[in-house]
Design a protein around this ligand. Structure first.
Ligand code: MG
Length: 285
C-alpha cells in the first residue's frame, strides 16, 4: 500500500513539473517573440472591419476551435464526419429519430442504410438552427412513376425549408421541384443527378432566419452541393416550403428538428451528420 502511495506521489509531482515546464516554455516563446520586436499576434490599433465589431487583424478576436477532419484513411470516402459532427445516422439504428407522433421511427434499417417504407416522415429528436448537413441518398433501382412520382423524398431543414430529393435522371419535372431544388422556389444551378440506385450526396449549409418577435429581420440562406457540385450559393429562402402556393415566412423557434420526407417512394439514406453553426445564430460576426 505504501509503495502505491509513493508512486502516486511521484506521478503527481512529475505532472506538476511537466505543466510548469510547458507554461515556462510558452512564456519563453512569447518573450522571444517580444524580444525579436514582434507584436503579440495581430493588432489593437487598427480600424474596424466594415460592419463588424472586430478590428482588422484584431488581437482579441477569438481563435477558431480546432477539430479533427475525417482522417486520411477515410479521405477516399468523401463525407466522413469530422470530430465535432452530430452523427444522426451511421448505418446502424434510428435512435436519433422519431416519427410524426413522437414515437420511435420505423423506417427499415438494413445493410448500413435506412429506407422509406410508408410509415411517414421522420424527424430528429434534437432541434437545430443554422447548420452544416451531410447526407447520402439513393432513389429506387426499379424505375416507377414519372415527374414528382419517381424517387421523391426531401430533406426539410428545421422541418420547413425543403431541399428536394427526386430521381432527376432522365425524368423531367417542374424545375423548382427537381432534385436539389429549394422546393417551389429555386431550381438548382445545374442537374448533377446520378442514376437510379446510385448513391448521391448533399452537403448543405443553412443559415436560419432571424426574428425580432414576429418580424423577420433576416431570411434563411441555403448553400447546397449536390454530388460535390454547386446547386445553390447563399440563396435567400423565400419562405416555408409550400406546394402550388407561394412560399412565405411565419415565425418559429430558433431550433427545430430536421425532417426526412416519406413521399411514398422507397428512397434510401446513409451517412447523415450535422454540425450546428451557432456562430450564425448569434451576432458574433
Ligand atoms: Mg419531396
Amino acid at each position: 500500500m505504501k509503495k502505491i502511495q509513493i508512486s502516486a506521489t511521484i506521478m503527481s509531482c512529475l505532472a506538476i513539473m511537466l505543466s510548469v515546464l510547458c507554461a515556462t516554455l510558452s512564456e519563453a516563446s512569447e518573450r522571444v517573440r517580444r524580444k525579436s520586436g514582434l507584436p503579440p499576434v495581430g493588432y489593437s490599433d487598427t480600424v474596424n472591419i466594415p460592419g463588424q465589431k472586430w478590428r482588422v487583424h484584431d488581437t482579441s478576436r477569438p481563435e477558431p476551435g480546432i477539430i479533427d477532419p475525417a482522417t486520411e484513411s477515410t479521405a477516399d470516402l468523401p463525407g466522413s464526419p469530422p470530430s465535432d459532427a452530430v452523427v444522426l445516422f451511421d448505418g446502424t439504428d434510428l435512435s436519433q429519430w422519431k416519427n410524426s407522433d413522437g414515437d420511435a421511427a420505423e423506417w427499415k434499417v438494413e445493410m448500413g442504410h435506412v429506407e422509406v417504407n410508408g410509415t411517414g416522415s421522420i424527424s430528429t429528436k434534437e432541434g437545430f438552427g443554422s447548420c452544416q448537413l451531410h447526407l447520402e441518398w439513393a432513389t429506387p433501382e426499379e424505375i416507377q412513376g414519372e415527374s414528382q412520382g419517381r424517387g421523391n423524398s426531401g430533406v426539410l431543414v428545421m422541418g420547413i425549408y425543403e431541399i428536394q430529393i427526386l430521381d432527376s435522371h432522365n425524368n423531367r419535372t417542374y424545375s423548382d421541384g427537381q432534385a436539389a431544388a429549394i422546393y417551389g422556389q429555386f431550381p438548382p444551378l445545374v442537374n448533377a443527378s446520378r442514376g437510379p440506385s446510385q448513391w448521391q450526396s448533399y452537403d448543405i449549409i443553412f443559415e436560419a432566419p432571424r426574428w425580432e418577435g414576429e418580424k423577420l429581420t433576416r431570411p434563411a440562406y441555403f448553400t447546397v452541393l449536390h454530388n460535390g457540385v454547386l446547386a445553390h450559393h447563399h440563396t435567400a429562402v423565400v419562405g416555408r416550403v409550400a406546394h402550388k402556393d407561394p412560399a412565405q415566412y411565419s415565425p418559429h423557434e430558433d431550433k427545430l428538428p430536421l425532417t426526412l420526407q416519406d413521399h411514398g417512394n422507397p428512397v434510401r439514406f446513409r451517412n447523415i451528420w450535422i454540425r450546428p453553426l451557432t456562430d450564425y445564430d448569434t451576432d458574433r460576426w
